[in-house]
Design a protein around this ligand. Structure first.
Ligand SMILES: Nc1ncnc2c1ncn2[C@@H]1O[C@H](COP(=O)(O)OP(=O)(O)OP(=O)(O)O)[C@@H](O)[C@H]1O
Ligand SMILES: [Mg+2]
Length: 254
C-alpha cells in the first residue's frame, strides 16, 4: 500500500489553474523529489495534501485513508509533517522552546521530562544544541532551515513533506542538510517528499523524481531519466542544448 496517493488533483485560484490533473504515489521508505520551475504548482500540491486547500477535483489518500477535504490538524495527526518554504517558527520563542511546542502539539504522549529529552535529542541531531537558547527570530537562514526541519521531526511523522529546505543555503550548508535528511530518513523511519530547486542535491538524494510544469505532471522517473529528459530540460531552461550542458555540469559537481 502506498504511503501517499494523489489522484487527478485539480486546484484553481480564480483564473489561475495551479494544478490540472496531478496523479502520483509514494511508496513507504521512498524519497520522492518534486521539482519544476517557479509557479509549477509544487507548494500548492503540498497544501492540498496537508489539507490547507481542498482540491476542486480529485482525491488524496494517505496510509490508505481517503483524507480529501480533511482539515490540516486531522491530517497532521495521521503522522504527516511538513516544512514551509518560508519557515514559520514562533519568532519570540527560543529554538529549544519551538521544538518543545511541536512535540507537545503532536499526538505524542510524552511526559514533560520525556518531551524535554526528546527536544534535546532532535536539537543535537541537527547541530542546534549550541543555539538552543537563541530566539528563533535571531537565526540566520541556515539555522532557520534546520529549525524548520527540527520542528517537523519533533512531530514524529511517518510522512515528511519538505518544501525547499536547501533554498538560500551555501554549498557547505547544502551538504550538511543533505546528510541530515538522509540520516533522518533512516533514524526516524520516514517516507519523504521533497520539493527542491537545488538540482544536484535532489538528484543525489531522491529515489524517484516527479516534474511539474504549469500545473501538470511533465515527467516522472529516476534522477538519471529526469536529468536527461529533453522535455524537462526545456521546461527549465528553454534551450535543450544549453540545458544539457548545465545538467552534465551539476551531475559532476554533485
Ligand atoms: N493562495 C493563492 N492564491 C492565488 N494564487 C495562488 C495561490 N497559491 C498559489 N497560487 C498560484 O498558483 C501557481 C502555483 O504556485 P505554487 O506556489 O504552487 O508554485 P511552486 O511550484 O511552489 O513555485 P515556487 O518554485 O516558486 O515555489 C502560481 O501561479 C501561484 O501564483
Ligand atoms: Mg513553492
Amino acid at each position: 500500500m502506498p504511503v501517499l496517493q494523489v489522484e487527478d488533483i485539480h486546484k484553481s485560484f480564480g483564473g489561475v489553474r495551479a494544478l490540472q490533473g496531478i496523479s502520483m504515489s509514494v511508496e513507504e521508505g521512498e524519497i520522492l523529489g518534486l521539482i519544476g520551475p517557479n509557479g509549477a504548482g509544487k507548494t500548492t500540491l503540498f497544501n492540498v495534501i496537508t489539507g490547507v486547500y481542498k482540491p476542486d477535483k480529485g482525491r488524496v489518500i494517505i496510509f490508505g485513508k481517503d483524507v480529501t477535504g480533511w482539515p490540516p490538524h486531522r491530517i497532521a495527526l495521521l503522522g504527516v509533517a511538513r516544512t514551509f518554504q518560508i519557515p514559520k517558527p514562533f519568532p519570540d520563542l527560543t529554538v529549544y522552546e519551538n521544538v518543545l511546542v511541536s512535540i507537545k502539539f503532536s499526538n505524542r504522549r510524552l511526559s514533560d521530562l520525556e518531551a524535554a529529552e526528546e527536544a534535546k535529542r532532535i536539537l543535537e541531531f541537527l547541530g542546534l544544541d549550541k543555539h538552543a537558547h537563541m530566539l528563533a527570530a535571531q537565526l540566520n537562514v541556515a539555522l532557520e532551515k534546520r529549525l524548520e526541519l527540527a520542528r517537523a521531526l519533533a512531530r514524529q511523522p511517518r510522512l515528511l513533506l519538505l518544501d525547499e529546505v536547501f533554498a538560500g543555503l551555501n554549498p557547505a550548508e547544502v551538504s550538511y542538510m543533505l546528510e541530515k535528511v538522509k540520516l533522518a530518513k533512516k533514524e526516524f523511519n520516514l517516507t519523504i517528499v521533497m520539493i527542491e530547486h537545488v538540482m544536484h542535491a535532489v538528484m543525489e538524494i531522491a529515489d524517484r523524481i516527479v516534474v511539474l510544469h504549469l500545473g501538470r505532471k511533465l515527467a516522472e522517473g529516476t534522477p538519471e531519466e529526469i536529468a536527461t529528459n529533453p522535455r524537462v530540460i526545456e521546461a527549465y531552461l528553454g534551450d535543450p542544448k544549453l540545458a544539457l550542458a548545465f545538467v552534465k555540469r551539476f551531475k559532476k559537481q554533485g
